[in-house]
Design a protein around this ligand. Sequence first.
Ligand SMILES: [Zn+2]
Length: 341
Amino acid sequence: MKEQLSKIRTEALAAFSSAQTAAELDALRVQYLGKKGELTAVLKQMGRLSAEERPVMGQMANEVRTVLEQALEKTGARLEEAALEERLKAETVDVTVPGKAQKIGRKHPMYIALDEIKDIFVGMGFTVLDGPEIELATYNFDKLNAEEGHPSRDWSDTFYFDKDSRVMLRSQTSPMQVRAMETMELPIRIIAPGRVYRKDEVDATHSPMFHQVEGMVIDKGVTMADLKGTLNTVIEKLYGEGTVTRFRPHHFPFTEPSCEMDIQCHKCGGRGCPTCKGEGWIEVLGAGMIHPNVLRMSGIDPEEYSGWAFGMGLERMAMGRFKIADLRLIFENDVRFLEQF
Ligand SMILES: [Zn+2]
C-alpha cells in the first residue's frame, strides 16, 4: 500500500507538470483526487489494514493528497498566467497603424436651399405645412378648378393608382391650398414644400419626380402687387440683392390672372447657354391671384377675400442658388458633387 501511494504521487506530479491547458489539468484532478479517483481507491482498502498500520497509512495518504493539491494549485496558476500572456500577445494594439477615418454626411444642397426658403417665409409670418404625396384627384384637380376633361388630367401627364383616375401621385403641391383653406382660419399665410410627380422625360431641367414649394396668402384686400413684392423679396434674399426677375403672363386653371416668374440665367447671365436652353432666363415658379371659383369651392367668399398663390420648383431654386448647371446632378447622389456644399 505504501508503494501504491508513492507511485500515485510520482505519476500524478509528473502528469500535472506536463498539462498544457486548464481543461487537461482538471481531467487529471478528477483522475487522481476525484471520488472515483486513484487515491480514493487506495483509501478504500484501509479497512484491511491492522490497527497499528491504519494511522500510519492514513497520515501518508493525507500527505500525498496535500502534496497533490498544492501541485494542482501551482500548475493551475501557471497555466492561467500563460493563457493570459498568450492572449495579450494576440491582442497587441499597433499604435502606428493609421486609424479609420469616419466619413460624416452633410445636408443635400436642395435641402439647404429649402431650409433657407423656409427661414425667409417664416420670417414673413408664414406657416410651413406638410401634405400627402398620394392625393385624391378631387384635391389635385377638381377643387383647383381643373374639371374632368382638363388637359392637365391626361393619363400621359399623370401617375394614377386606379383606372377611374381618382387616386394619384400629386402632380403639384397645389392641393395643399385646398387642404389649408378647408382647415385653417382666415387670414391664411402658408408654404407647403414636398415631392410631386409627372410623366416628364429626364433632361437638364426635368425629372419625373421633383420638389415644389407651394405658397398661399388669403386675406382682405390682397393684390398682385403683394405677390410680386413678396416673391422679389424672397429671390433677393436667396440669390442676393439685385437679382433680376421677370413676370410673364401665363394660364393656370386655379389662378386668374396667372403668371410665371423667371430669374436671369445664373450660368450665362442672360446671354443664352445650354442650362437656359439659349433663352437667358430660367422659369422658377408659376403664380397668380387665386381664382374666385377655387375660393368659393372651399367655402371662402371671393367678394370679401382675395388671395395669391405660387408653386416654386425647388430643384431650380437650388440650381440657381448654388450655380448648378444640370438638374440630374441633384438626384444622382455622386459624393464628389455632394461634398462641394
Ligand atoms: Zn444660360
